[in-house]
Design a protein around this ligand. Structure first.
Ligand code: SAH
Length: 227
């Protein structure tokens, strides 16, 4: 596909995100997402983060399989979660669940530094190749258990989790800076809620349920290297 066609498909994706945002405006409390987030969604080449067999679907507003039974989230959810995080250009952001790195790339265009943890070594390796091929320099990735966060780089101004734990993982809340925000899906497979957690200046946290969602589980324990 040539660059012009890809750019038109990305524009169409932005239209679909805008339509879906308008549809859920009462639940999310706004009719439009942050223009800066929409600009980044219009720039990051999503097709680079989708397996070759699914290229034609890269810019549809739907999840796409990325291997190992995982999916890259639909563009509207990526945009909404990024908007909820309210990232500043000085922020250090922790992402749990790198997948093939699409959300990581979006975060990196808004933040100072992104740290991303993935449990499956095969996916982490492929994500690294894709992020390096685009020259994104403010991203560190590692293979590990996201339930534990990344203590060496804590505290984080923002945390995004892209797989669902049954409850808010205590280590992640500990690693969130006072005044910080975390966005994550929480709950069992058929009954998850997208949550926005805020920590105030005194370290007290409060939680807001934003929307019902469906994510794959944030899995526990060591993973065998699948490929
Ligand atoms: N952010 C990705 C979405 C990937 S799907 C994107 O934009 O494409 C969720 C990812 O979370 C999967 O890659 C899965 O392997 C990973 N995951 C599941 N449990 C995990 C854990 N305990 N620690 C880190 N990553 C985990």
């Amino acid at each position: 596909m040539d660059d012009g066609k890809l750019a038109r498909m990305r524009q169409w994706m932005l239209t679909e995100i805008a339509v879906e945002t308008a549809c859920v405006r009462e639940q999310i409390g706004k009719a439009q997402l942050d223009p800066q987030v929409m600009d980044v969604m219009g720039e990051v080449p999503r097709h680079v983060f989708v397996p070759a067999a699914f290229q034609a679907e890269a810019y549809l507003n739907q999840p796409v399989p990325i291997g190992c039974g995982k999916t890259i989230s639909q563009p509207f959810i990526v945009a909404l979660m990024t908007d909820l995080l309210d990232i500043h250009s000085t922020d250090s952001v922790l992402e749990i669940g790198t997948g093939l790195g699409y959300q990581t790339a979006v975060l990196s265009r808004l933040a100072r530094q992104v740290y991303s943890v993935e449990r499956l070594a095969g996916l982490a390796r492929e994500a690294r190749q894709r992020l390096d091929s685009l020259g994104y320099a403010n991203i560190q990735t590692r293979v590990g258990d996201g339930y534990l966060g990344w203590p060496e780089h804590a505290p984080f101004d923002r945390i995004m989790v892209t797989a669902a734990p049954p409850q808010l993982p205590p280590a992640l809340l500990d690693q969130l800076r006072n005044g910080g925000r975390m966005v994550l899906p929480v709950g069992p497979h058929d009954h998850q809620a997208l949550m926005l957690v805020r920590k105030d200046a005194q370290g007290q946290s409060s939680t807001r349920v934003v929307l019902p969602v469906r994510f794959s589980a944030l899995e526990e324990g060591e993973a065998a290297d699948l490929f």
